[in-house]
Design a protein. Structure first.
Length: 511
């Protein structure tokens, strides 16, 4: 992907903006967004898109992917024009490629109270403390993440700059009970479950032929082949046949996306929406699904919409995994369960927010939970826990709080899965109770709902509107621009060099 210079701004450019430049590196470009949804670090692209208008207000913005081969050349080209650039990376720290030719500013998300300080998987880039201490500055979306870096021993300056919420969400009209709305996207709806498969009629000619072929092949194998096979070979053949049947069944049920029940759906009543990645254990969709079906299963006007955040080739596997779990619960219900697997445009996401009554989350850890912020800005209260980054802006004034408790876990990108940190275990009974309470408020206590909705709008306008984010962002970038990280100049904080005595002690310990 070629580098691209962006010109659009939100508000007038700052004085001196023409003499400033940012080289922004991220995981992929705009054209790849549809195919990259749900992959590692995919959300960083959308975070950059949210910041882009404000960044262009501060100075010229050059967008890059593949920083390892393009960053230094882009910085050199900008400096040739007499402009001192800043490198701003929207990537997790283990994927950042810093440059020695400009100040390096990183914007990582982090949802755990502990920062990786180990070279796990034999990769020193996984040591976030080391990488962070080689940055000129770190920007983060929440005070929770800032505190985690501080506890981890990171000496680099950390500035909290929330992700700005798009103005369209603040402009969404207030929710009106009884209003009908339509989703214009392919949907899978339950309890409209497909009919159970019907066994073939044994008296039908085709059925007789299939049964005869199957019975004949079994008879031939058991009578003329199996008796002459060594026992070890016979066991291997039997195992291979069983394994082939299992793989075939798994392929049929896991890798084929079932046809949608409709290409659009009209909704009314109380609509709950949640964005989940079915392969991410932090999202905890299992508790959300069971709690909703048991708490509101008898309410025909209650709907849960699960928007699956997965790349296109994994949509079938993700949806079928959830459906297998759903059917395994064996819960009969009159409420609706709706699955959306298609990519939604910005306009469709705004429309999905408009037709919703609540946002609901049972997440175990969050680095920001941007959908929750968008829904609160739109005057849609939420049912969610108050932990990790959500604790910066969510409480009982703007929604229904789900209790949770700490439990040990591993860092998401640590393949060894050692218990080095914690996340939060959701209290299922609390999730059940808050869903019941939220339904009652939406249907019987509409004035209380309106108060929470208004507070949510005010909270997010003060926390993450563009007008509030801009002064923080401008201050941080102005500060970063004063740092010259090139060799021989005043540089960003680095890790201290060990003394000769310390090196000798380490060598002695290794002998």
């Amino acid at each position: 992907m070629r580098e691209r210079t962006s010109q659009a701004t939100l508000g007038p450019p700052e004085p001196g903006a023409a003499a400033r430049a940012l080289v922004v590196t991220s995981v992929f470009g705009e054209r790849e967004a549809v195919d990259q949804i749900g992959r590692e670090a995919y959300s960083y692209h959308f975070v950059y898109q949210a910041f882009a208008p404000l960044l262009r207000r501060w100075g010229e913005v050059v967008e890059l992917t593949r920083a390892e081969s393009r960053l230094d050349y882009s910085l050199w080209r900008i400096r040739e024009r007499g402009v001192e650039p800043i490198h701003l990376s929207f990537l997790p720290l283990h994927l950042v490629y810093p440059s020695s030719q400009a100040p390096n500013v990183a914007f990582p998300f982090w949802e755990y109270p502990d920062i990786p300080n180990q070279d796990f998987d034999n990769n020193p880039r996984n040591n976030w403390v080391r990488v962070a201490n080689r940055m000129s500055m770190i920007l983060t979306a929440s005070g929770f993440t800032r505190d985690a870096f501080s506890r981890g021993g990171v000496r680099t300056p950390v500035r909290v700059v929330p992700v700005p919420i798009r103005p369209e969400y603040f402009d969404i009209p207030d929710h009106r009970p009884g209003e009908r709305a339509r989703i214009d996207s392919p949907v899978h709806v339950f309890p409209n479950a497909p009919p159970a498969p019907v066994a073939p009629d044994p008296w039908h000619a085709e059925g007789l032929r299939q049964l005869g072929l199957r019975a004949g092949s079994k008879y031939l194998y058991r009578s003329f082949v199996k008796p002459h096979l060594p026992s070890l070979v016979e066991r291997y053949v039997s195992f291979s046949i069983k394994l082939g049947r299992m793989v075939d069944a798994q392929h049929r049920h896991t890798f084929r996306l079932p046809p949608p029940d409709a290409n659009s759906l009209e909704l009314s009543g109380v609509v709950y929406t949640s964005f989940v990645n079915p392969f991410d254990p932090r999202k905890n969709w299992q508790d959300l699904l069971s709690a909703f079906l048991i708490a509101l299963g008898d309410q025909e006007d209650a709907t849960l919409i699960l928007k699956l955040v997965v790349p296109p080739e994994l949509s079938a596997r993700g949806l079928n995994g959830i459906l297998q779990h759903y059917r395994g619960l064996g819960l009969r219900h009159r409420c609706k369960l709706v699955f959306l697997t298609s990519y939604l445009s910005d306009a469709q996401l705004v429309e999905l927010t408009r037709l919703s009554t609540y946002y609901v989350s049972a997440a175990r850890a969050e680095g920001a939970c941007l959908p929750l912020q968008d829904f609160l800005a739109a005057g849609r209260p939420a049912i969610a826990p108050v932990h990790t980054a959500m604790a910066d802006y969510f409480d009982r004034d703007v929604g229904f709080v789900v209790d949770s408790h700490l439990e040990p876990t591993w860092w998401a990108h640590d393949s060894s899965r050692r218990y080095n940190t914690t996340w939060h275990r959701i209290v299922w009974q609390s999730l059940f109770d808050q869903l019941r309470d939220s339904y009652r408020v939406a249907t019987l206590e509409t004035s209380r709902y309106a108060v929470m909705a208004a507070r949510g709008r005010e909270r997010m306008a003060d926390f993450a509107s563009a007008a509030r984010v801009w002064p923080r962002l401008r201050s941080a970038l102005d500060e970063a621009a004063t740092i010259d990280a090139r060799p021989g100049r005043a540089s960003a904080p680095q890790e201290p060099t060990p003394s000769r005595d310390e090196v000798s002690r380490v060598h002695a310990a290794l002998r």
